[in-house]
Design a protein around this ligand. Structure first.
Ligand SMILES: C[S@@+](CC[C@H](N)C(=O)[O-])C[C@H]1O[C@@H](n2cnc3c(N)ncnc32)[C@H](O)[C@@H]1O
Length: 204
């Protein structure tokens, strides 16, 4: 079972350090260039979050919420900007991504931020979680890549904070997977679309 935690509406007043702001500007530029490319097929599932907002919410969460540890996991890390932010904020940060090309870009981000982040190619859905979906066409399903957790020798329940940016219509599925497989006390942070983030704690 997961319970929602209110994120204050004043979250946009949380200061963003200059070094973070300039790293985010560089990342945004790289992502735009990647998405504007004309010579290769688009990776349709990759959409960038509002990283300033993610930074602000992560800072507030660290200051205001009890945590069961420092391990952070980004589900479908794409360019791994959020994984880099989490590491900057002193989390032990890991990103799992299905698409090798995005993982390649994610590694460039980590190099640029000079942060110790582990990125792995794989499926962020724990084995057996597909059955929690009531729609077999959800974009998170059907990635033909090995389970990401075996690659990092961990379980979803080993993480104190999980971040996801679900495709529209699959937010409940991500929350259900977290509710079923995470550790009690663990937090799930979702980017739900422009100006909207949600935070839950697994209670039991
Ligand atoms: C909406 S993008 C979000 C990217 C990044 N987390 C962010 O917030 O900017 C979703 C990402 O999840 C990846 N993805 C979707 N389903 C996945 C799965 N089951 N396992 C691993 N990666 C997945 C996609 O390739 C895509 O990069």
């Amino acid at each position: 079972m997961i319970e929602p935690i209110d994120i204050p509406s004043s979250i946009d007043r949380e200061p963003i350090p200059d070094d973070v702001a300039s790293q985010l500007a560089i990342a945004r530029q790289r992502i735009e260039t990647f998405q504007d490319r004309w010579d290769r097929p688009q990776i349709e599932q990759f959409v960038a979050a509002d990283y300033e907002m993610v930074y602000q919410v992560l800072c507030w969460t660290l200051k205001s919420q009890p945590m069961i540890g420092r391990r952070f996991l980004e589900w479908g890390c794409g360019f791994a900007v959020v994984s880099a932010i989490a590491s900057y904020l002193q989390f032990d940060s890991i990103g799992i991504e299905a698409e090798p090309e995005l993982l390649h870009e994610g590694r460039k981000t980590i190099e640029q931020w000079d942060q110790p982040v582990e990125l792995v190619q794989g499926n962020f859905l724990p084995l057996g979680s597909d059955s929690l979906a009531d729609d077999p066409t959800l974009p998170s399903l059907g990635h033909q890549v090995p389970c990401g957790y075996s690659a990092i020798d961990s379980e979803l329940s080993d993480f104190a904070l999980v971040y996801s940016y679900p495709w529209p219509g699959e937010g409940d599925f991500h929350a259900d997977v977290f509710s079923r497989f995470a550790s009690p006390g663990g937090l799930l942070l979702q980017f739900c679309g422009p100006n909207e983030m949600c935070l839950w704690r697994k209670t039991r």
